[in-house]
Each structure stands twice: as C-alpha cells, then as structure tokens.
Design a protein. Structure first.
Length: 195
C-alpha cells in the first residue's frame, strides 16, 4: 500500500476502485463531465488542493484532458500534480467495445504500471498518525451514523469541517483520518453534540 498525502482526483468509480487497491489516500471521482455542474464538489476539490494538494489522474483521451484542465483552472500550480497514463490501445474488460479513441483508461491500466507512475512522480508520503484511526463504530458511537438523528448530526459535522454534504461516510472517514487524530475527532464530536 502506498500512503500519500495528496488527494487523488479521477473520473469514475472504476478508476477509484482500481487505485484503492494500492493507494492509501482520499480518492475523489468527478463522475466524468458531471464535475462541470457540481459546484459543491469542485469547491471541495479546490479546498483539498489548498489543504493537502491534489493529484489529477484522468484518462488520456480528449475528454480526460478536458476534465483535467477544468479541475486545474483556478487552483495554484503548486497545489496540483498531474499524472498521465500512457496511450495504450485496447478495451476495458467490463466494456463491450473500445472507447471512441480506442485507448485504455485508468481502470484498464495494470496496478503495477499505475503504482510506478505515482512513485516516479515524487508523490508526498503522508505522515502516519501514531494513534488509532477513527472507524465506522466511532461515527456510530458519536451519533454520526446509524442513529435516529445521524443524518442531521453528520450534516453538522460536515459543515464544521467545511466539507460538502455529498461526502460519503467512507470519504468522510478517510478525510478525518488524514487530517486529525482520533483524540481531535472525539473532542470535535463532544463539542458538536453539546451544542
């Protein structure tokens, strides 16, 4: 597992699943061109860029470059790293036919190739927290999931962290574990629950 500080931005869920096999970091999907209409997600990506840096890894086709350029515009250059996959022609296993341009996307690349690209591009190693990570059980224990008022409590937690409300529980956990200790989370949870 390669643990890195930066958040990684990819186009779709299959790209995210591929990277999650060897990367330990927050991975955000744009839902392809869906990012153009999702101002909240774009704002979140920009926030991540300023806080920890982002790595943009889109397909090497025309659409991938459009999405890459759209995301990168308005973000300081020192907060964005670009990793490009090579042009390899073929089709992804889950698809009936090749893409319009005939190139494999991120999901079609081997894990070894992708991991090599991350290592080659000098990604930052994340600081490994010395304590226990925050878990799903902790979210439950403090009323942020699985309880009667969990939805409202989670909204308050997301707002307090200046995170978008679309964030999934897994992404929330990943964000929390990469930005605070368990003790800091517990302190925040107590503050929010006593308001």
């Amino acid at each position: 597992m390669l643990k890195i500080k930066e958040a990684v931005i990819v186009e779709g869920r299959y790209d995210k699943l591929k990277l999650a096999n060897f990367l330990d970091t927050l991975i955000i999907e744009t839902n392809g061109f869906g990012i153009y209409k999702n101002k909240e997600k774009l704002k979140f990506i920009k926030k991540l860029a300023l806080e920890r840096g982002i790595i943009v890894l889109t397909d090497s086709d025309h659409s991938g470059f459009q999405i890459r350029n759209f995301i990168s515009s308005g973000i300081p250059k020192n907060c964005v790293k670009h990793i490009y996959i090579p042009d390899i022609y073929g089709k992804e296993k889950r698809k009936d036919k090749p893409s319009k341009e005939g190139k494999l996307g991120v999901e079609g690349m081997s894990e070894d190739l992708l991991e090599g690209l991350f290592r080659k591009h000098n990604v930052s190693a994340a600081q490994v927290s010395k304590g226990e990570p925050v878990t799903n059980y902790d979210l439950f224990e403090y009323g942020f999931s699985g309880t009667a008022h969990a939805k409202d409590n989670k909204k308050r937690l997301l707002k307090s962290l200046d995170l978008p409300e679309f964030l999934s529980t897994n992404s929330l956990l990943s964000y929390i574990n990469s930005s605070m200790t368990k003790e800091e989370f517990i302190s925040l949870a107590h503050d929010l629950n006593n308001k």
